[in-house]
Design a protein. Structure first.
Lengths: 179, 179
């Protein structure tokens, strides 16, 4: 049970919190929509992988699994992508540029101060633009917020990966416009 | 110098980033305005102390000092409040409820999963409402984002506390509505 009395305790993860606090839900949803589905030279699938990977490193089961499922929906991949992201995508064909951006995201997950000039240069040498580096840092930073919001208030989350696949399709194809 | 080429390199901390990326600036500013200056039974001074204290623990000099200066403006305190917040407010008259909420915020800074039922109960026993606990967790989580955004992109920040006092007044009295 969550640490506070939600309006509808059946709503999992951040969904119950957005429902509890509409005033903060509005900017939180707009930020996710902009970062993950707004105009970008990174695909939404790539951006959802960054979000899911950071969430996994923050041990936020709800955020990791729902955003990995969204990545799977964007990439027409199966449920196996969820555990693939946990493992660092050893069997998934992603660009070296995305791997370099994921390295930056993982540094940000620990602390903004962990990002080194060499991390930036490695991404840039593989073709990453300033805007892609900016967006990667902000996606990683934003999920350090969403993850702490979801877990800091003790929300519940379905355990099984399969339970997130329908939610992943909705996030991918309908988006973050509605709480 | 920042890790990416900003439009105006003279703008410090998050200010240069908001200027670089207006699409994400809009929800980031609206979230700060809602959390720190929106309707709440916590004063804006109390909420800025929570924001500053979390930022200090994330070693984000720009965010700590600017939000501590905003707290000073709300509380009609001097520049000394900035270092007082670093030290855990040993000489400042704040309520036991705020100290219990700060403890929750400090747990969230480490990880959402660090918040224990006993932390919540301690705050509740001192009069904290569910909404106050919710807002405290989300302020702490949000500053784990802002701090990583500012430092993850290597922005510059003025060193001296005194350089932030005017900015603190603007944040306190004008707010976060404009980038």
């Amino acid at each position: 049970m969550a640490h506070i009395k939600l309006l509808n305790e059946e709503l999992p993860g951040i969904v119950g919190l957005l429902n509890y606090s509409p005033a903060t839900a509005q900017p939180l949803l707009l930020l996710a929509e902009t970062l993950l589905r707004g105009p970008s030279t990174l695909t939404s699938g790539e951006r959802e992988i960054i979000a899911a990977s950071v969430s996994y490193r923050n041990q936020c089961h709800f955020c990791h699994t729902s955003h990995a499922a969204a990545a799977a929906a964007h990439l027409n991949a199966g449920v196996g992508l969820i555990d693939e992201i946990k493992a660092g995508l050893p069997n998934t064909d992603v660009s070296d540029k995305l791997r370099a951006l994921l390295n930056i995201a993982h540094q940000v997950q620990g602390s903004g101060k962990n990002v080194k000039e060499t991390d930036i240069k490695a991404a840039r040498d593989l073709g990453a633009t300033d805007k892609e580096i900016h967006d990667t840092v902000l996606i990683a930073a934003a999920f350090c917020m969403y993850n702490r919001y979801v877990d800091g208030l003790g929300t519940w989350a379905p355990a099984e990966n399969e339970a997130y696949m329908e939610m992943g399709k909705q996030l991918a194809h309908i988006g973050y416009g509605k709480s």
